[in-house]
Design a protein around this ligand. Sequence first.
Ligand code: TMP
Length: 213
Amino acid sequence: MSSVRSRGAFIVIEGLDRSGKTTQVATLQTRLETEGIPVKLFKFPDRTTTIGQMIDSYLRSQSELDDHVIHLLFSANRWELAASIEQLLAAGTTVLCDRYAFSGVAFSTAKGLSLEWCRSPDISLPAPDVTLFLNITPEQARSRGGYGEERYEKEELQRKVRDVFQQISSEFTEATWVTIDAGREREDVAEDVWKIVYPLTGGLAIPLQRLWE
Ligand code: TMP
């Protein structure tokens, strides 16, 4: 009888800008390490690769690219790290990902590309076991100090991004897409994140799924 070997959990954290996503991911990573759980953090875009450097230049408005081209570069940036993610999961490591294909679809669709077209290059990537979506209202985002300098950090686009994230989430089950109210105190948000992630870190016996297949 064949049995599936236990593997690490694949956890994606998505969120609106100013939702405290980066802080929450760092807190989660530290807590897992403190517990002695093997963990590796990925962040997309990964600006260190050759493709990532092209993305970085675009985001800082140092280069111009067609909307389709930048979308495909973001996706290629995930594909170039997909094999590493799979290997780590197979070795039993918990993989955390700060943004993933959902950001890809949300931002490019908000810019006007079709959702179906945006989804296609990311089909078959490793699928997260759970996606935690850190949610804040546009008003909360504004009260946290406004947006920064990069290309997409504008209120009108962020509103559209929010709507697309909501559309994407409706296709997932409550177990695989969890929306967390990130408008609360940092510690309370971290506690909710921990309650969802910790039970997944003991090893999963289910095979890794493929995104949108
Ligand atoms: P960052 O601020 O998390 O480094 O992300 C940079 C910007 O890139 C952010 O505005 C979200 C956007 N983005 C996309 O448009 N497509 C993608 O696939 C990803 C991962 C991010």
